[in-house]
Write a protein that binds this ligand. Structure first.
Ligand code: MN
Length: 477
């Protein structure tokens, strides 16, 4: 099998990069041939697999890393042969150089060779992390696949989940048996389940939308979790100048469409991912573990970075925490029962929202014209909440908008117009309501519920597209 290092040397300037230039080709004893897997934090994260062969290192770049499970093959792109001294290489490749970034040794050891052909390479790894038989097979040009032939090293390993529905809290007073609960701040943002696999991240909102592209500032978190599989639960939050979570400020991030605007705001007004639960780790679901254990495992991950953090959780002293949250102008706290498992997709009494002020999500079912200069145009929203499958009228929202927002919301309502009312018969929506398909969800602050079951003095806080209208039920916020 011919191999040479010309291609390797042509790509590099050895007066600048600390990488080895490669001396004389060595001769390998095939029984003790060595391998290395390097975790390469280049422009895009990948793992470089290198096998000692004929005095050089035959190399592949594996974007998602070596697959631990025979049910999932990974792409492996054949790259140029590297010199043998590259087995030990780790460090920084300077900016501007080929493969600029950080190179770490992920694993090394020896391998047993079963086959080495132009289109198929079969080996058994004997590394510190990597054990077992693998085959690499060429599919097209430089593209190969790597497949684990042995069963997973961890026999109980489960396939990575596509989707875990978030657990929801119920609104209520502080629990009485204080010491059996942990208290966390209630974060006012957008709930997001984060899926991390092979150094990649996917963020999914409550209604199942992939919202990853909206928050490029969170991509670094995927690198921080490189080499692990994890599903995290948390809230994407935008902080105002006083350091308080601001749902309104987040609005500009929820509805952006242009890539340019996303990039600009991700730098000028970065969000934070507040990670409060760990649902999956390295081939195992944690949903059945009690809160205290999930929390322990989450803390072990040490997830603290420029745009992500693991928030505090206090056992007991709920009243003091609620007072503190009020003094800081925060929405409230969430009590989580220490022995509770994670009830995916359910609104559970094991999580209780205790609120300082009242906000709710409501569904827009119509609108009323404004007065004076606004006649004929949007003046207030006619909103409802689902109750046993019916949209119940819940009031009109006429304040909290500026002109621009009225115009924007008015334009969104226009194509949703319909002739008949989407609301249940009682209580009746106001006369003169222009009805719309109940597709928009908006957050409102309010004083209290009236006896008639409507919101008193609701104030518009912003539209949200992370919540499905049908999920807007009486206990929602
Ligand atoms: Mn590389």
């Amino acid at each position: 099998m011919p191999s040479n290092l010309d291609s390797y040397r042509q790509k590099r300037d050895f007066s600048t990069t600390p990488e080895p230039s490669g001396g004389a080709a060595g001769t390998a004893d095939e029984r003790t041939a060595r391998f290395v897997v390097q975790e390469h934090h280049a422009r895009s994260l990948h793992w470089d697999l290198r096998l000692e062969r004929d005095g050089v290192l035959a190399s592949w770049a594996v974007p998602k890393g070596i697959p631990p499970d025979p049910r999932k093959n990974h792409l492996a792109v054949r790259t140029e042969d590297h010199p043998l001294d590259y087995l030990e290489f780790h460090g920084e490749i300077p900016a501007g150089q080929y493969g600029a970034g950080t190179m770490r040794i992920w694993d090394r050891g020896t391998y047993e060779l079963h086959k080495f052909r132009d289109k198929e390479v079969m080996v058994t790894f004997n590394g510190e992390r990597l054990h077992g038989r693998y085959v690499l097979f060429r599919t097209d040009g430089k593209n190969w696949m790597i497949h684990r032939m042995d069963p997973p090293e961890d026999p109980d390993r489960e396939p990575f989940p596509d989707r875990i529905q978030p657990m929801m809290a119920k609104t209520g007073p502080l629990p009485r048996d204080d010491s059996r609960w942990a208290y966390e701040i209630k974060w006012d943002g957008v709930r997001a389940i984060g899926y991390f696999e092979g150094g990649r991240m996917r963020l999914v909102s409550r209604n199942g939308n992939d919202i990853t592209p909206r928050y490029p500032e969170l991509r670094e978190l995927a690198r921080a979790l490189a080499g692990r599989e994890a599903v995290l639960d948390g809230e994407i939050v935008s902080f105002d100048a006083e350091g308080r979570p601001s749902f309104q400020r987040l609005q500009s991030r929820m509805h952006l469409t242009s890539e340019h605007a996303v990039r600009r705001l991700s730098q000028s007004e970065p969000v934070a991912y507040i990670i409060f639960d760990l649902l999956w780790l390295d081939g195992h679901s944690l949903l059945g573990l009690p809160y205290t254990e999930r929390r322990e495992r989450l803390l072990e991950l040490g997830l603290t970075g420029p745009t992500w953090q693991t928030p505090a959780s206090h056992v007991g002293d709920g009243a003091a925490m609620l007072d503190a949250s009020r003094a800081n102008g925060l929405e409230g706290i969430v009590a989580k029962r220490l022995d509770s498992t994670y009830s995916s997709g359910r609104r559970s009494t094991a999580w209780v929202k205790v609120k300082n002020f009242r906000e709710a999500d409501v569904v827009v079912g119509g609108w009323l014209e404004g007065e004076g200069g606004r006649s004929g145009r949007l003046g207030s929203l006619v909103v409802g909440i689902y109750d046993e499958g019916e949209l119940r009228y819940a009031g009109r929202v006429g304040s909290g908008f500026d002109d621009r927002e009225l115009k924007r919301v008015g334009a969104l309502l226009e194509p949703l117009a319909r002739a008949d009312s989407p609301f249940a018969a009682k209580p009746a929506p106001p006369r003169g309501t222009h009805f719309v398909e109940p597709e928009l969800v908006t957050r409102v602050a309010y004083g209290q519920w009236t006896d008639a079951g409507t919101l008193r003095h609701p104030v518009y806080k912003g539209l949200r597209d992370d919540v499905a209208p049908s999920d807007v039920v009486f206990d929602d916020s």
